[in-house]
Every structure is written in C-alpha cells, then in structure tokens.
Design a protein around this ligand. Structure first.
Ligand SMILES: Cc1cc2nc3c(=O)[nH]c(=O)nc-3n(C[C@H](O)[C@H](O)[C@H](O)COP(=O)(O)OP(=O)(O)OC[C@H]3O[C@@H](n4cnc5c(N)ncnc54)[C@H](O)[C@@H]3O)c2cc1C
Ligand SMILES: NC(=O)c1ccc[n+]([C@@H]2O[C@H](COP(=O)([O-])OP(=O)(O)OC[C@H]3O[C@@H](n4cnc5c(N)ncnc54)[C@H](OP(=O)(O)O)[C@@H]3O)[C@@H](O)[C@H]2O)c1
Length: 390
C-alpha cells in the first residue's frame, strides 16, 4: 500500500532524479472534461529519452515554476527588482528573480513560513501576526494559512524582509509534484502520460491556482519543456500472473494508473479478466477517457465496466454504491484470486471503499465483519489489496 507521500529516497529510473531532472517536451496537452464541467482535468503527454523506463503503477515527478505575475507581485510588495544576487540551496549564486520563479514556494502558505517571517520582526512583531504564533495558536494559524499565499502575508504584515537572502529562511523549497502515470510504455514507447486536475479556487478575494497543476494547465502547451523524473512504486503493481483477475476502483484522477494497467494488459495480450469502477460528477462532461474505456469494454478487455456519476441524479451515487450493487459477483472474483486496487482521494473515498469492500466480503461469505477483516488482511499479505491514494 503506498499511502503516497513520495518516499524520501526516490529511486530514479535512468539517470534522472528530482535534483537532476530530465527536460521533457510536452507532446500533447488536452482537456478531458467538457466545457460544462466544474473541473478542468487534462491529459498531458511528455517525451522521454531513450533508456528512461517505467512500469504501470509508477509516478512521474514534475518540477513546476511559479507564475510570472505572482513572482512580480511578490517582488513589488518587497520593493526588490529581481536582479539582486542570492545564494540558492546549494550556495550557487542566482538572481532573486530566478529564486522566486524556480526555487522558492511562494504558492500556498506554510505555517512554518509564518513563524519564520515573524522572527524577522525581532521584538516588534505586529499584534495580528503574534496572535498566530505558538502551539496554543496552532488552530488559528492553520485557519490563517488556508487559501493564502506568501503575497498575502507580506501585504498584510509588510516590512520584515530587509535582505533578499532572508527569503530562503522564510520560504520552503519549491517541491516537485507527483502524478500517477496514465500510460503503458509498451503502448507508448518514448512517452509518459498523466491525468491532471487543474486546482483552481477563489480564496480571500483572489483567484488562486495550484502551482504544478496550474503550470500544466496554463503554461505547458505542446512544444514547451518541463523538468521531470520517474518515480518507482513497487507497491502498486499488476499481478505477476497475467491471467489473474483485476478489480480497479479509480474515481476522478484516480483513473490514471488503471488506464496504464489496461493498456499494458491489452498490448501484451494478457488474458486476465479486468473490472473497472470509475466515478465522477457528471456523465456528460466528466467521463474521463470514455471512448477508450468503452472500446476496451466492447473488445472484451474490460470484462466489467461500472460508472458512478455522483451528480447525474439528486441522490449522490459513488463507486462504493456500485460495488455494493454487485457484491456477490465482486466476492466471487475475490474468491477466484482477484487483485483489488484503489487510486485517488485518500481523505474519504479510500476509507469508504474499504468499508464497502469489507461489506461485500462479509455478505459474500455470509460471515461477520471480523471475518471479513481477516479475509482482507490475508489479501494484503498476498499483495492482492493495493492502494495508491493521495
Ligand atoms: C503519488 C501521487 C500521485 C498523484 N497523482 C495525481 C494524479 O494522477 N493527478 C492529479 O491531478 N493529482 C495527483 N496527485 C496530486 C498532485 O501531486 C498535486 O498535489 C496536485 O496536482 C496539486 O498540486 P499543485 O501544485 O497544483 O497545487 P498546490 O500549489 O500544491 O496547491 C494545492 C493546495 O492548495 C490548497 N487548496 C486547494 N484547494 C483549495 C481551496 N478550495 N481553498 C483553499 N485552499 C485550497 C490546499 O492547501 C492544497 O493542498 C498525486 C499525488 C501523489 C502524492
Ligand atoms: N492537493 C490538491 O490540491 C489536489 C489536486 C488534485 C487532486 N487532488 C486530489 O485528487 C483526488 C482526486 O480528485 P478529483 O477531483 O480527480 O476527483 P474526486 O474529488 O475524488 O471526485 C471524483 C468522484 O468521487 C466522488 N466522491 C466524493 N466523495 C467520495 C467518497 N467519499 N467516496 C467515493 N466517491 C466520492 C465525487 O463526487 P462529488 O464531488 O459529487 O461528491 C466525484 O464523483 C482527490 O483526493 C483530490 O483531493 C488534490
């Protein structure tokens, strides 16, 4: 089970790592969701160099840059030009403009940054800022940072930064973001595909966007270049036995690795039965990879395909409702040795799906939930229950 915060020691495939990424060219960048959708989910294809290899279940790390307008707003608020020299995290001299563009996290505000920033005031911390410090004010500080960026902090409490280098103490390093790989390399040599929901929201009177998904959504047209690296995830793998049945639960962008699994089984002619559960808001606008999955179903690669469009009717319907509707068959698949995979939202979906799975097992074997828990524990031991949730 991945429970996926990227591991600190990331094993790179090939010679590229997060510190020495590969500058990949964008081959395709198209919207998957329809114009009526509440979401903007995109399909991005990136070029790989010979020798860069991955396996379905792996992820790709993408190193974003901050938006130009956001960088300039920060420079203006601080009264710097951007040409000031600073030392980066490795003591190399770069310009402040480059630091704010590619090295420092000026997007979502971290509580640690608020604390570090306050220290720069010495004895004269403004009262409003002092009220956010210390463990006793943790909840208040969490509330303050939610939906805010560094620019909000320096606008509300100006004057603390007197030297550009102080930004390296206050701000976190700009981190790569991980995306589950949505392609099989056997089907797409030299390419890696991703399925990305562009994070956009309005908070504290300003339109905001996620750093990496915003970069991919707005500043990564075909032909643009992005630093990337491949990240191995041995805990999320198709069964070694190509004839073993596979059940995949992938609502939203959780669909990504299952497109990879299915393409892989298709290209290699693996005969194991495949059952996909996909969920999104509306069938008309949010059915990601609809034509491809319908074709796979038509051709028999997808033995079973069930969708749950939560907002197509007044009462919400989720993937776990579809599992419950097909509990007996699902249990029969498990009894035949099926592998069960979940990808997507960790906060609620993955837990609810596990509850539904336990219910299906209990119903199927006419047993108790305790018995179902033992059954699931055994599946885990056999690596037949794998999750990639974030
Ligand atoms: C192993 C793994 C695989 C992943 N696979 C995928 C994938 O296939 N597809 C995919 O799209 N993502 C995937 N993710 C998530 C992805 O890595 C990024 O976290 C995601 O794209 C957001 O990054 P960002 O830089 O765009 O946003 P950030 O700049 O990191 O901003 C996101 C933050 O904004 C804040 N925020 C978001 N919404 C609101 C709101 N409404 N109000 C206030 N604040 C808000 C929250 O603090 C949130 O954490 C995966 C993550 C992991 C760990
Ligand atoms: N860090 C970030 O900012 C960021 C960026 C991108 C994605 N993500 C995460 O990536 C995951 C996927 O996001 P996504 O927008 O592609 O899809 P999503 O939010 O998981 O939504 C996909 C479908 O799942 C439904 N759903 C909601 N709650 C559910 C539950 N408890 N059980 C089962 N289904 C449920 C949704 O229905 P309703 O919406 O109608 O309730 C929708 O139909 C989420 O964890 C999301 O938070 C995070």
């Amino acid at each position: 089970m991945t429970e996926t915060t990227p591991a600190p020691a990331e094993k790179a495939h090939g010679k590229y790592t997060r510190n020495q990424p590969y500058l990949s060219r964008v081959l395709t960048n198209r919207r998957l969701t329809g114009p009526e959708s509440e979401k903007e989910t995109i399909h991005v294809e990136l070029a790989l160099e010979d020798g860069m290899t991955y396996t379905p279940g792996d992820a790709v790390g993408i190193i974003p840059t901050n938006r130009e307008s956001q960088v300039h707003d920060v420079l203006r608020a601080l009264g710097f030009t951007g040409s000031e020299p600073v030392e980066d995290h490795y003591k190399n001299q770069i310009s402040l403009l480059e630091a704010l563009t590619a090295h420092l996290g000026i997007g979502k505000l971290a509580r640690g940054s608020v604390n570090q920033y306050a220290k720069l005031y010495g004895e004269n911390v403004p009262a409003g800022l002092a009220a956010l410090l210390g463990t006793e004010n943790k909840a208040l500080a969490e509330e303050y940072v939610w939906g805010r960026e560094f620019l909000d902090l320096i606008t509300e409490f100006p004057g603390a930064i007197t030297a550009p280098q102080q930004l390296f103490v206050v701000l976190q390093r700009l981190q790569p973001r991980m995306y589950s790989i949505a392609s099989s390399q056997a089907a797409h040599p030299g390419e890696v595909h991703t399925t990305v929901r562009v994070v956009r929201y309005t908070a504290h009177g300003h339109d905001r966007q996620g750093v990496a998904s915003g970069h991919l959504g707005e500043r990564a047209p075909v032909g643009a270049h992005l630093p990337i690296y491949l990240h191995e995830n041995k805990a999320f793998r198709l069964p070694e036995d190509p004839t073993a049945p596979v059940i995949m639960i992938g609502p939203g962008t959780g669909i990504a690795p299952f497109r990879a699994f299915l393409e892989h089984r298709q290209v290699l002619g693996q005969s194991g039965p495949n059952w996909l559960f996909f969920g999104e808001q509306r069938s008309v606008s949010d059915y990601l990879y609809k034509e491809q999955f319908l074709a796979m179903h038509h051709d028999g690669l997808l033995t079973q395909l069930h969708t749950a469009f939560s907002r197509d009717q007044s009462k919400k319907v989720y993937v776990q409702d579809r599992m419950n509707e097909h509990a007996a068959e699902l249990y029969a698949w498990l009894e035949r040795g099926a592998y069960f995979y979940v990808c997507g939202d960790a906060s609620r979906m993955a837990k609810d799906v596990e509850t539904a799975l336990l219910d299906c097992i209990a119903k199927g074997c006419d047993g108790t939930l305790e018995h179902a828990a033992e059954y699931l524990a055994e599946m885990k031991k056999q690596k037949r229950y794998q999750r990639d949730v974030y």
